[in-house]
Design a binder for this molecule. Structure first.
Ligand SMILES: Cc1ncc(COP(=O)(O)O)c(C=O)c1O
Length: 464
């Protein structure tokens, strides 16, 4: 989109300097820097609502909500006010040995809205850390039980899982492209085949299968019950795996198997939490109550880095004892429970009711579903998958067999470059085009975003 009249005048020299300095000084995450150095970087200056504005004044629809974080849009008056009011008090004080009013108020508010099984909020600052903390809590919880339960120190996780980039989180991950190189650093896990109907690892077909994936999960949990501390999984949708939407009932069967076998259930709602799938938390769709839940991304409305691991009372109480008993959870980050981030999160949570966010998501999810249906069946569209406002369009070489494109063709990447020309920021997962705008996106804006997705896919597909 060209700059709008009335936008700040363009300072060419500054633009060139920023682009040059970016290439010279910044190492970007999940980015092949050789490509980056050869390209013209897009540098964001500010944002309004669901639009990002670059240093040259061009506006883009934020189609991936600033990496799946943004909920109510950018520059939301209520959240801006909450952060600046808190800034007038204190920007940061530690939670190690001290309380902090925003952290206390937010913990209370979180416990009121999360599943009733979890009740104690442990803060950190990224989704990876929230999962890492959950793993350590589960591990230490069982270790502190003494023999024979003290041997329950292992974890089961889903194939293709993604839980973040710290070593523990990578250990329970399963995306080879990201994780294979680190294998020697990782701990062993029990792998439950991902319930990915489009590419079923058990060779079944959804139309006539008996959800063998759930049966396999039950068998594995049962077989390893004496060694398993917990099962860790994303409920309903495996985001980074390519927006894999699980068949209905899979989560509740895993949860029942965990309960039956005395294995803890850790739900990673880093991506699915805060309204993304149509309920405040995805596990609500199946009435599942985890022992530990990991939250981040949308927790602060997409404003500031904040994460939380919320534990059941049973787990929390397992850590109580005299100091000499060494039951302390020796974990904590410097910026744990940062007051500015907690103030933003509290304001964001309040807006869910005030702005009827979940009702709005229901409307949008319906619109999105209708538009995606029209995409399904187009050339090279292998499958469209969506739950709430979390969607992926998988592009494949051969729609009949599902054969993927040669990765070297970088089809997904080319689609997002086309989208950029048309005024939208997207980020693919391989050849899956992710559509994950802020929940506050308007219906017309969503329509425009989907027009751009469609045109961009067509533009690339025509060249193949
Ligand atoms: C399900 C899930 N868990 C954990 C993470 C890691 O979160 P972070 O990038 O904040 O460390 C992500 C990030 O995309 C995620 O999608």
């Amino acid at each position: 989109m060209p700059p709008a009249a009335g936008d700040t005048p363009i300072d060419r020299e500054r633009i060139e300097r920023l682009k040059r300095d970016d290439k010279r000084f910044v190492w970007h995450p999940f980015t092949q820097m050789k490509d980056w150095l050869d390209d013209d970087p897009l540098v964001i200056e500010r944002a309004e609502g669901v639009e990002l504005i670059d240093i040259e004044g061009r506006r883009y629809l934020d189609g991936v909500s600033s990496l799946w974080t943004n909920v109510h849009g950018h520059q939301v008056p209520e959240i801006d006010r909450a952060v600046s009011t808190q800034l007038g008090k204190v920007a940061h004080s530690t939670l190690l040995g001290l309380g902090s009013a925003p952290a206390i108020d937010l913990a209370r508010a979180l416990v009121a809205v999360t599943p009733s099984s979890v009740a104690r909020v442990f803060y950190s600052d990224s989704g990876s850390s929230a999962v890492e903390v959950a793993l350590k809590m589960a591990f230490q919880f069982w270790r502190q039980q003494g023999a024979p339960r003290g041997a329950k120190t292992g974890f089961a996780c889903l194939g293709d899982a993604y839980h973040g980039d710290t070593i523990g989180s990578v250990s329970v991950g399963g995306i080879d492209l990201f994780h294979a190189i680190y294998r020697p650093l990782l701990f062993e896990t029990v792998r439950i085949p991902a319930p990915f109907c489009y590419r079923c690892p058990l060779g079944e077909r959804r139309a006539d299968c008996d959800m063998e994936c759930a049966g396999e999960a039950e068998r594995l949990i049962d077989r390893h019950r004496d060694q398993l501390a917990a099962v860790v999984m994303e409920p309903l949708v495996q985001g980074a795996a390519g927006m894999i939407v699980h068949p209905e009932g899979f989560l509740s069967r895993v949860a029942a198997a965990c309960r039956h076998n005395e294995v803890l259930l850790i739900l990673d709602e880093v991506a699915t939490g805060f309204g993304r799938t149509g309920k405040l938390f995805a596990c609500e769709h199946e009435g599942v109550e985890p022992d530990l839940i990991a939250l981040a991304k949308g927790l602060s409305g997409g404003y500031l880095p904040l994460a939380a691991t919320i534990a059941s009372d049973r787990i929390f109480e397992g850590f109580l004892g005299s100091f000499e008993s060494r039951r302390t959870l020796f974990h904590g980050h410097t910026y744990t429970g940062n007051p500015l981030a907690c103030a933003a999160a509290l304001a964001s949570l309040e807006l869910f009711e005030q702005h009827c966010v979940l009702e709005h998501v229901a409307l949008l999810a319906h619109d999105l579903g209708c538009r995606l249906d029209t995409l399904a069946g187009r050339p090279h569209v292998g499958e469209v998958r969506a739950k709430g406002l979390m969607a992926g369009v998988e592009l494949v070489k051969d729609v009949d067999t599902g054969e993927p494109f040669d990765a070297a063709l970088r089809v997904g990447h080319r689609v997002i470059l086309e989208a950029r020309k048309r005024g939208a920021i997207l980020r693919p997962l391989g050849d899956v085009i992710v559509i994950m705008p802020a929940l506050a996106i308007g219906r017309n804006q969503l329509d425009r975003l989907l027009d751009i997705v469609e045109e961009s896919i067509n533009a690339v597909v025509e060249t193949l």
